[in-house]
Design a protein around this ligand. Sequence first.
Ligand code: CO8
Length: 250
Amino acid sequence: MNTVIVEKGEIGVIKLNRPDKLNAINMEMVYDMVNAFNELKASKAVIITGNGKAFSAGADVKEMMEMSIEQVTREGHMPLWDTMRGFRKPIIAALNGVTAGGGLELAMACDMIIAAESARLGQPEINLGIIPGAGGTQRLTRTVGKYRSMEIVLTGKLITAWEAYRMGLVTKVVPDEALMQESMRLAREISQRSGFAVEMGKEAVNKALDTLLQQGLDFERRNFYVTLLSEDGKEGMRAFIEKRKPNWKT
Ligand code: CO8
């Protein structure tokens, strides 16, 4: 793969690797990321980060400009979003620098976002005379609310990692040098839980963004019953009662 570096293991790592272009996402990178996620299906969690001084400055403007409307519609970035949507394990975005446009949309498609203190986040598409196209108006608004989202989308200005934290847009802000260590620590902490329960929990939390409250509550209850009857569920409760560490099967 030319545009991403993949590290396999219990915690998989995908590093966007077009540092001289601030990891702008071109079609090659879209397919490399799809392949990378497919290669990491056996990992317990995946961290996605950027090589160099950016997480990603968004879609590759040069390439995007040259694509016809038919090409964008037929061959666009959907394979990436579809793959991420279907990925059952938690994905942590580790933002190491500029995270803009499609780069922020990529981060928001992940399950947790850890930002280095120097990271800058935003949806600058408006400065190109376009608007976000992969969640930058929808996921962002559901996360930070209408009024802050409007300012970000309509001014295109980048905000600091701490501003993003105060809006609830990132899970945690860490010193630059601790970014990968902290992301790894979080991934490892999650990897020690029941794999099946983690998948069920991820699925249920994500449903909250897709549904009205009652549908979400019904979905959560379904997943709760499933975990309650699962082998790991029985083992976890038995271990608690027997005052010992659980021995997870998944
Ligand atoms: N596309 C292509 N090349 C880029 C991009 C980009 N998005 N961003 C930076 N680069 C290139 C620059 O052209 C430059 O290349 P070169 O050295 O060959 O001229 C190199 O990366 C370094 O960039 P800068 O010199 O500009 O670096 P600065 O540190 O001075 O500035 C900025 C950093 C402010 C981030 C600046 O690079 C910038 O404004 N970039 C564009 C950001 C942007 O507008 N992003 C939105 C793009 S549109 C989009 O993402 C729509 C998403 C639709 C959904 C699909 C998602 C996958």
